[in-house]
Design a protein around this ligand. Structure first.
Ligand code: 13P
Ligand code: SF4
Length: 341
């Protein structure tokens, strides 16, 4: 692609305006500008949309992403947006969710990245749990592969887990695969929760002492944690919820100082988007999320590798879609019940 000097200059400036808030130098922006321009050009040519999870690197979120958000919101966005092709910059299971909700669109993932939660459970293990607790309903967290969603009664996301689990007809719930989120649900819902052994290697890494330390050093701080953290950590924070919930909390809060007990991408996002707020404390990088590079996004549009196409067996897709549809149904029911008191 032949790029004019003025095109290049304005792309460098566009990137710099966003990324310098995160410590990027102008030279860093000069380095990636030819590639972001090419990706954005290919995207237009192919009527593609690029979705970027909030845990992606800033060059992807702000260089080429059309929408930045959480796993659930982005998949729904992909359904509403009139694109022929979806490139989902995130871990593989999120690409699968987008494909389940958009079966007639081409869905690509730049990299086939795993997730310690999604990788923690097999179909046989879900079937064994069902045999062991035949009276229980099965709720799976969205951080699972399509074949696990297909074995579950309902899927949940970090943004609706409490409402959906509470609205399930059973009193006993097998919650897979996140042990810590399951333990948190025991205090957040009235249900008897049976847990599995999966954990998120990022969120299980935060400890109570670092939260207490920040509270001591910054008495006015508001601390927000993902419900994949331990119950000990969750009990100490001002808000526990998914990445979008945290974003909405910060938007609405008059507080100036926040600690985000989650992956570093969200911290970057808040630093770039909330100029008048201060983010304190440390964050942890997700090695799976960070596997995805700008070059992989370029390849997915220019010359995709067969592994970059998300394809799901029809029977699995049909059953997995049913667990997502059940989630939408129970979510609506919960909202209606809340509105009518
Ligand atoms: P969200 O669904 O809140 O975006 O989180 C996804 C995830 O992988 C959290 O670790
Ligand atoms: Fe999986 Fe945790 Fe990484 Fe999210 S942050 S993708 S749950 S390992």
């Amino acid at each position: 692609m032949n790029l004019s000097q003025s095109e290049l200059e304005s792309e460098i400036q566009r990137l710099y305006d966003k990324l310098n808030k995160l410590g990027w130098a102008r030279e860093d922006c000069e380095e990636i500008a030819p590639m972001t321009l090419e990706i954005n050009h290919l995207k237009q040519e192919q009527n593609a949309v690029i979705l970027a999870h909030s845990y992606q690197t800033p060059d992807i979120m702000y260089g080429v992403g059309d929408f930045v958000g959480d796993s659930y919101g982005l998949s729904v966005k992909a359904t509403d947006y009139p694109a022929d092709k979806i490139v989902f910059c995130s871990v593989y299971f999120m690409g699968e969710t987008a494909k389940l909700l958009n079966p007639h669109k081409e869905v690509l993932v730049p990299g086939v990245a795993g997730c310690s939660l999604a990788d923690s459970i097999t179909v046989d293990q879900v079937r064994a749990l069902r045999k062991m607790y035949p009276q229980a309903g099965v709720a799976c967290y969205v951080n699972t592969y399509a074949e696990i969603k297909a074995e579950s009664d309902v899927c949940v996301t970090s943004s609706n887990v409490v409402d959906v689990v509470e609205a399930m007809p059973q009193e006993e719930i097998i919650f897979i695969p996140d042990k810590l989120m399951g333990q948190n649900l025991r205090t957040m819902t009235s249900k008897k929760i049976i847990t599995w052994e999966g954990t998120c290697i990022v969120h299980e890494g935060f400890d109570e002492n670092s939260v207490k330390d920040i509270r001591r050093r910054f008495p006015d701080v508001k601390i927000l944690a993902h419900p994949e953290c331990t119950p000990g950590v969750v009990s100490l924070v001002d808000y526990a919820g998914g990445t979008s919930g945290m974003l909405n909390y910060v938007k609405r809060s008059p507080a100036k100082t926040f600690m985000l007990v989650t992956e570093c991408g969200l911290t970057d996002r808040f630093k770039a988007e909330f100029q008048n707020k201060e983010i304190v404390g440390t964050c942890i990088l997700c090695p799976y999320m960070k596997e995805i590079k700008l070059e992989d996004v370029f390849k997915a549009l220019k010359n995709p590798d067969p592994r970059q196409y998300v394809e799901i067996d029809q029977d699995i897709a049909h059953r997995a879609r049913a667990s997502l549809d059940k989630m939408f149904e129970l979510e609506k029911l919960a909202k209606r019940q809340l509105a009518t008191g």
